[in-house]
Design a protein around this ligand. Structure first.
Ligand code: PGA
Length: 247
């Protein structure tokens, strides 16, 4: 199974559903349909309507983040995994670099992951080194730390997807070199297999993915799909990524 996940970030109003209607109608007719899953993470404000609209269709809805507590609490503006699941989302991102930069710690991320899984949300757990860490050749150390501080053998591996997103690549148009990315993906799977008794959850790549560079990424067979930011706000760009992946 391959994954094409669109992360809308701070984008979208109710009528933006038209973008997803176009993606859904492409997917429902696509001959490769059974080979992949499409998941879109709109902002919180749109989850309920979109999840209802696409129930039993070709697009699943997720949230971009969640609060690190289970159900209800007195934290202003916080939205818990329980609340997100209750409006029809099936997935949530956890640990996107935007949120790590804003202060998400490993302890917070572990709680987010645990409570999301407990509430039947599948977790797309984001990891990635920043520019300085890459320059200082710390990439593998950073990734290992991000993984092992949050995931452990008790987490349900079947409900976890990993998204490797080098921070320096997000929204910049810069992408990793093919050989290096292959090595990094293999390394991530090795670390995961050590935790989950030889089984690795899917590992996606994210960071400036578009309809052109996807042709290079698809040659790395260890990559199980993509987390797509900018290009997921346009139905044409998003569909082009899927089309060119299978071309
Ligand atoms: P990008 O974003 O595709 O715009 O680089 C990826 C992400 O932040 O998930």
């Amino acid at each position: 199974m391959r994954y094409f996940i669109g992360n809308w970030k701070m984008f979208g109003v109710p009528k933006s559903i038209n973008i997803l209607n176009k993606i859904n109608s492409f997917c429902s007719k696509d001959k490769n349909r059974k080979k992949y899953s499409v998941i879109i993470t709109p902002p919180y404000t749109l989850i309920e309507t979109y999840a209802k609209h696409f129930k039993n269709k070709s697009i699943a809805i997720g949230s971009q983040n969640c609060y690190q507590k289970d159900q209800f609490s007195s934290d202003t503006a916080a939205v818990s995994p329980y609340m997100i699941r209750s409006v029809g989302a099936k997935y949530t991102l956890v640990g996107h670099s935007d949120n790590r930069i804003e202060g998400d710690t490993n302890i917070m991320l572990k709680n987010k992951l645990t409570f999301s899984l407990k509430n039947n949300l599948k977790v797309i757990f984001c990891i990635g080194e920043n520019k300085k860490e890459k320059k200082n050749k710390k990439t593998f150390n950073v990734l290992k730390n991000q993984i092992t501080k949050v995931l452990d053998k008790k987490s349900n591996v079947n409900n976890i997807i990993i998204a490797y997103e080098p921070v320096w690549s997000i929204g910049t148009g810069k992408i990793p070199n093919k050989i290096e990315l292959k090595k990094t993906t293999i390394y991530i799977k090795k670390v995961l297999k050590r935790i989950f008794k030889k089984k690795s959850p899917p590992v996606l790549y994210g960071g400036s993915v578009d309809g052109t560079n996807v042709k290079m990424f698809k040659e790395i067979r260890e990559i199980d799909g993509f987390l797509i930011g900018g290009a997921s706000k346009s139905s044409k760009k998003f569909i082009d990524i899927i089309k060119n992946y299978y071309r």
